[in-house]
Write a protein that binds this ligand. Structure first.
Ligand SMILES: Cc1cc2nc3c(=O)[nH]c(=O)nc-3n(C[C@H](O)[C@H](O)[C@H](O)COP(=O)(O)O)c2cc1C
Length: 202
């Protein structure tokens, strides 16, 4: 077998960095937040995942000090909205670099509902939304301890909303949800080939 091997600090030697294409599909955190001045904000983050089940923790990382990070620092709260296949166009549109004073939610005309627990709007059309209280914001470092311009934001889920049409017999209808994941480059994937594997028993 032949390998293309490289040390990331020296470059990858390919046309485009393969990192995100190989760590994929990544779930997309579609993060709503509110500024200290009360302006709502919405943006997608694919350096995002569930970090723990009990209690449920979610985390995402911001490359630089973006509006979501600034808002969450100021208010201690955010909401993760599941995009699903039906909302990918709006999800992508919400990534445009609007000024801090502009609400992507208002610009895109997205309907919202107020959070029950946190003072952050959630997207009414999202198949599910997770209201989160901030646990930690950590400026990431490399293995030598040098500070990076990347910030990991961790929130604890304090309230969950699921559209009932995605619940069948007490389980999430994952085929109907058609969760969307981020691949590399400009690519995305929607879940369409679902299979089950039983956990092994010793
Ligand atoms: C699917 C997708 C995933 C993204 N993931 C990230 C990410 O993980 N981290 C990041 O800093 N920016 C990411 N971006 C870019 C941000 O969404 C973009 O910079 C946005 O303007 C940030 O908005 P904010 O300043 O309102 O927080 C992503 C964009 C898209 C379309």
């Amino acid at each position: 077998m032949n390998f293309h091997s490289y040390n990331p600090q020296d470059g990858h030697g390919l046309k485009h960095n393969p990192f995100k294409a190989l760590i994929s599909p990544r779930p997309i955190g579609w993060i709503s937040s509110r500024s200290a001045e009360g302006i709502s904000n919405l943006a997608p983050y694919s350096f995002f995942n569930a970090l723990s089940e009990t209690p449920p923790l979610l985390g995402f990382s911001s490359s630089g000090r973006k509006d979501s990070l600034r808002n969450i620092e100021a208010t201690g709260a955010f909401v993760h909205n599941v995009a699903g296949h039906e909302l990918v166009t709006q999800m992508n549109a919400s990534s445009a670099p609007y000024d801090h004073e502009i609400s992507e939610i208002e610009m895109l005309g997205l309907a919202t509902l107020p959070g029950d627990v946190v003072d952050v709007p959630r997207l009414a059309e999202a198949p599910a939304s997770f209201e989160c209280k901030l646990v930690d914001i950590r400026q990431l470092e490399d293995h030598k301890g040098a500070k990076l311009q990347n910030y990991l934001i961790i929130g604890e889920v304090v309230r969950v909303h699921i559209q009932e049409r995605f619940i069948q017999d007490g389980m999430i209808d994952e085929a109907a949800l058609a969760a969307v994941g981020r691949l590399g480059y400009f690519n995305y994937a929607a879940v369409s080939d679902i299979f089950a594997l039983a956990r092994p028993k010793l």
